[in-house]
Design a protein around this ligand. Structure first.
Ligand code: NHR
Ligand code: GAR
Length: 221
């Protein structure tokens, strides 16, 4: 074996919208911060900005439009087929907004990551910034986790904590959180491709040590 000559990890990214997290990871690959290459981008929505970013970056991209399928099983079947064409080592959900079937999750288990805009296990699901503000929380944040069949419930890898300020709006808080998304997602992907992060029996490990429920925490104040 000549690890120094190993091929870069093959990464497929699933998006539904703007694709700013995809771009942050792509840039970290390009600068060799991540020893990986994004070999394909798939969107479930046509016409989104993330597809324009892929074209700009010369990364192959395609659309699997969920509205053209009559069931989640059929949609996920097509998605699996498209992803498998690329033979990925890692599948990254980056603002991907369709809940995936257990079959899909099982197929890519242990090599499927998501970024969720809350301090999981708090605020699973949607409208997380609004919910954190309405609850009077002083802190909010974002989490990268392994995906399991349990929605937003797979083990945490890393999270960034940001303050909620008195004069925050939902938009200003979202912007503060997104700046950290673009920091922690490339870090998590880097660790994954270096083999430092693994999921074993539903728990996440960093350098073979079990991670706490929060994952590794980055405090941004
Ligand atoms: N799939 C599984 N099985 N497990 C997870 O943890 C997943 C997942 C698919 C997506 C991202 C997640 C998030 O970070 C994610 C995690 C969309 C919804 C949702 O309700 C929920 C969670 C997430 C993404 N989607 C609606 C649906 O019916 C559609 C909403 C829309 O299109 O705007 O699929 O928050
Ligand atoms: C991100 O803020 C991400 O946390 C959120 O969508 C945005 C996607 O932005 N994800 C979810 O809400 C998942 N349900 P991007 O397309 O610019 O990366």
């Amino acid at each position: 074996m000549h690890p120094e000559q190993a091929e870069p990890a093959r990464i497929v990214v699933l998006i539904s919208g703007s694709g700013s997290n995809f771009q942050a990871i792509a840039e970290a690959c390009k600068s060799k911060e991540i020893d990986g290459e994004i070999i394909g981008v798939i969107s479930n929505r046509p016409g989104v900005m993330g597809l324009d970013r892929a074209k700009q970056l010369d990364i192959p991209c395609s659309v699997v439009d969920h509205t053209e399928y009559s069931s989640r099983e059929e949609f996920d079947g097509k998605l699996i087929h498209e992803i498998e064409q690329y033979g990925p080592d890692l599948v990254v959900l980056a603002g991907f907004m369709r809940i995936l079937t257990p079959d899909f999750v099982r197929r890519f288990k242990g090599r499927l990551l998501n970024i969720h805009p809350s301090l999981l296990p708090k605020y699973k699901g949607l409208h997380t910034h609004k919910r954190a503000m309405e609850a009077g929380d002083k802190e909010h944040g974002v989490t990268v986790h392994f995906v399991s069949e349990d929605l937003d419930g797979g083990p945490n890898i890393i999270q960034a904590v940001v303050p909620i300020l008195d004069d925050d709006s939902e938009a200003s808080l979202k912007t503060r959180v997104q700046q950290q998304e673009h920091v922690i997602y490339p870090i998590a992907v880097k660790w994954f491709v270096e083999g430092r992060i693994t999921m074993i029996k539903g728990d996440a490990y960093f350098d073979s040590e079990a991670l706490p429920e929060t994952g590794l925490q980055l405090n941004v104040n």
